[in-house]
Ligand binder design. Sequence first.
Ligand SMILES: Cc1cc2nc3c(=O)[nH]c(=O)nc-3n(C[C@H](O)[C@H](O)[C@H](O)COP(=O)(O)O)c2cc1C
Length: 302
Amino acid sequence: MHDNDKLRRAFGSFMTGVTVVTTADVDGTPIGFTANSFTSVSMDPPLLLVCPGKHVASYDVFGTTTHFAVSILSEGQEAISNNFASGPEDRFSNVSWQRDNHGVPVIDGACATFSCRVHDRVEAGDHMILIGHIEHVECFDKPGLGYSSNGYFSLSQEQRADTSGAHDIKSITGAIIKCDDHILVCEKDGRLSLPVIEQQDRNGARSAMQQLLETHQLNAELGPVYSIYDDPHSNRHYTFFLVNAADTSAGGLGRFIPITALDPTQFDDNAMSVMMARFATEVRNKVFGLYIGDVDSGDVHH
Ligand SMILES: Cc1cc2nc3c(=O)[nH]c(=O)nc-3n(C[C@H](O)[C@H](O)[C@H](O)COP(=O)(O)O)c2cc1C
């Protein structure tokens, strides 16, 4: 005896596309329901199958009809899937569709549609295996809508988000290197900045900074993260660490200046300038926080 809930979850873990299976009753009234039980079966002859369940209101119509159609939904057609799974009585009034040669509805905007003659029906437990002989196929070469027990997904949208996110954003690691009451700054044309390094892997901030300190032979200990922020304008992700140096040899990275002489407005980068103003205050108060946010807004966590 199996556990129904476990079986449902196990079936649901299989990722599929989503289709709308349609037909017309004897009066020509359009009928349809959402199905992910679609399977391509044979090329020669061209066959497919879907499995209407006995719970589906139109089960009897699919048990007698001579023709039906399957529309494979494309990305963005989640609302159509929901409409045909639980939607209103007249499911066809919210959706753009047309009739095929046999008067069976096919859904506009689908990735592909199949118009079928019923080839066979097999009763299978609480479902029917409805096998269709494909008489006409249309293919629109669009990305399909995906489905699993976690809900709908759109692979090509996710891939786009992935490539724009992961590959265009640069990760920068920086350090506020402090030796007693001095900090290390880099200076160029009278403007200040902090030592930074671009890291390859977004998760490798700590080791990138460790490497920078070693390369410049600084006698320094890498401390906690002081600030994490994104700059959406330049597509950069910044992580700044606090570093404690044992002496003021800067190893060519810049020079140590007294914190009291620090003028945050001299920093080229506005976000750095705001961060150094906070740092100067926190040095006075001897309480350091962690900033998480972006260049415009965020929170300091203590
Ligand atoms: C993504 C998805 C896939 C579905 N696949 C099937 C299926 O293959 N067979 C089935 O009988 N019901 C399936 N259903 C459920 C039916 O669409 C739903 O039970 C039916 O439309 C209920 O409404 P009705 O009885 O008024 O037609 C699915 C629902 C969703 C959301």
